[in-house]
Design a protein around this ligand. Structure first.
Ligand code: NDP
Length: 334
């Protein structure tokens, strides 16, 4: 189907994640090549060109990015922008006929996610969301256990992810509601996605409380605590925070339990079960595996592991969580 051995990737938005994780990981991939950049910061261009051998003809900004349509070097455009900009630039990429990889959270509303999905369908390109955990082997075992149920039916799931942010930069986009700031969008999708992949089920209702101990720093939720309700009686509790270092997924079953601690770090994801089995960390690079999995899906014309529809499912629940939190924990049907 594809004559190229490696697909050309352009990173859009050269911030922390592109610079520190994705560009280095691209050097470790088998089926991808970092070929292009899209940036609004001209001063970043020379160092990226030098470090990664990027040609002048593969450098774009947000205004001329649509011209990627004429560039055969680039097969995939990876959106690594503030959350509130994911939709706009995913659609620019799809309209340019490029496959779209978009970071989590997919976007900041259900309708934005739906527009992204329909634009990619219309332009016959793949859309994949950067939920790296679903590519990670220890996590994949947990996902498998939702089906095989080695400890019987799952009764409770607890999942929490967060870090202590200094809170000194209220102007950062993660603190700006207009750009998709907030701990629920940033970290909350990890426990939420984990509850969904660890159970293999979709919640029917949510109830949530948000907390903010540093309102001068965070014009958004600093911490969110949410309960998810399922129609088979499973109960799940999630938490995310910009105030605490937390990273834990625990699954209680009829005849035992298992736990990943940490469950969403870049490396060292590992676990233990009530039977004493240890789930040992994956030695490879998570982001390289994710990008190779997604490149292979494009080359083979198969479905990506994390589709736009999967990203949308989380955003629908995230919106219900925010609504519940605004109403002091009122139960919201999904
Ligand atoms: P940064 O703030 O570090 O970088 C974002 C980049 O976007 C900026 O450097 C800038 O790049 C560009 N940009 C364009 N417009 C704006 C704007 N109005 N305000 C700020 N930046 C702008 O963010 P991160 O790299 O941490 O996060 C980017 C995305 O990646 C987010 O969606 C985040 O959720 C996701 N992410 C995912 C992770 C994962 O593990 N899957 C981990 C970390 C982040 P330039 O100067 O080149 O234009």
């Amino acid at each position: 189907l594809f004559s190229k051995k490696k697909l050309g990737v352009a990173l859009v938005g050269l911030g922390y994640y592109s610079t520190d994780l994705l560009a280095p990981a691209l050097q470790l991939t088998q089926f991808c090549e970092l070929k292009g950049i899209v940036t609004g910061s001209p001063e970043k261009i020379p160092q990226w060109q030098r470090k990664y051998g990027i040609l002048d003809s593969d450098v774009y900004n947000y205004e001329n990015m649509h011209k990627l349509a004429n560039n055969p070097d680039i097969d995939i455009v990876y959106i690594v922008l503030p959350n509130g900009l994911h939709k706009k630039f995913s659609i620019v990429a799809a309209e340019a006929g490029k496959h779209v990889w978009c970071e989590k959270p997919m976007a900041v509303s259900v309708s934005e996610c739906e527009e992204m999905i329909s634009s990619c369908k219309k332009n016959k390109v793949q859309l994949s969301i950067g939920y790296r955990m679903q590519h990670e082997p220890v996590t994949q075992k947990i996902i498998e256990w939702a089906k095989t149920k080695p400890f019987g039916n799952i009764s409770k799931i607890y999942a929490e992810a967060g870090y202590r942010s200094s809170g000194g930069n209220a102007s950062h986009w993660k603190c700006n509601p207009e750009l998709g700031g907030g701990s629920m969008y940033d970290m909350g999708v990890y426990p939420l996605n984990a509850i969904r992949y660890a159970s293999g089920l979709e919640p029917i209702a949510v109830s949530a409380i948000s907390q903010n101990t540093r309102p001068a720093s965070f014009n958004v939720d600093e911490t969110m605590i949410f309960d998810l309700e399922f129609n088979n009686g499973l109960q799940a509790k999630g938490k995310c925070s910009f105030a605490e270092h937390i990273n834990d997924l625990k699954v209680d079953c009829e005849n035992g339990w298992y736990r990943l601690q940490p469950f969403q770090s870049y490396s060292g994801v590992q676990g233990v079960t009530s039977a004493g089995e240890r789930l040992l960390p994956f030695k490879g690079n998570q982001q390289a595996k994710q990008m190779d999995d997604d490149a292979l899906a494009i080359m083979n014309g198969s479905n990506p592991i994390v589709s736009g529809e999967e990203g949308l499912k989380d955003i629908r629940i995230v919106k219900a969580i925010y609504t519940s939190a605004q109403r002091n924990g009122q139960r919201i049907l999904i």
